[in-house]
Design a binder for this molecule. Sequence first.
Ligand code: CA
Ligand code: CA
Length: 227
Amino acid sequence: MGILFDASDDNVTINTQIARQSTANWSISIWYKGTDGTLNGDFGKTLLGRNNGDIFANLVIRSGLFEFIHFNGAWAHNVTSLTSVIDNKFHHLLIANSANATANLYVDGVREATAQSTAISNSSFPYRIDGFMVGFNSQFTGGVIDEITIWDDFLNDSEASILGKSRIRGVSLMVRPSSINSYWQLNDGSDGVTATGSNTVWNRKGTNHGTPNNSPKWISDTAMSYQ
Ligand SMILES: [Ca+2]
Ligand SMILES: [Ca+2]
C-alpha cells in the first residue's frame, strides 16, 4: 500500500515541520515509482520538502535523478544519483547525511554519491520538510511513494543495502529503531480510494501525522510490486 499523486495538485502536509541542518546526522528513506522527469530549473520535483521562496534545500527528483538540492552561495547539484529513477518501477531512495555536512546517496541499496557536501550558506534556513510531493515553485510531483522513514542518525552502507534490497515492508523499523524520528508506512487506506481527512497519513513514531490534499489515491500492493 502506498499513495499515488497526480502531479497536478496532490500532496501531503505533515502536522509539524521537520528541520535538519547539514551539520547533523540524519537519514531519509523513501520508495518511489513514477515517471516525473521534470527539471524545473534548479529545483526539480520534491519528494520531501517545502514549497516556499525561502527554501535553501529540498529532497527531489530532478530530470530523473534523485537529488538533494542545496543553496551554498549558489544552487549546488553535487548530491545526485547516477541512476535515473523514473522508469515507473519502484526504487528505494536513501540519503544519509553526516554531521560533517556531507552525504551519501543510495538507489536500491547501492551508493551512487559519496561524501558530497550538503553545506547550506545560511544556518537560519536548514533543510525543512512541510510535507510530501510538493516543492518550489508550487510544483507537484507525480508518482507513487511508500514507506517514508526519517532517522536522526547517519546510516551506513550495509544498512542502506538492507533497506534497499530486502523489499520487506516495515524493514525500516529494524534499522536503528531508537533513532527513528518518523515512519509513515502509508498503509492507511484501500486500493483506489481517495486519501482524505486530517491525520490520515499515520506516523507510526509519534504524532507528526500527515493530511492529504487535493485527492491523492491509496494504491494497494496488488496494484504494485517492488520491481
Ligand atoms: Ca506502505
Ligand atoms: Ca488532485
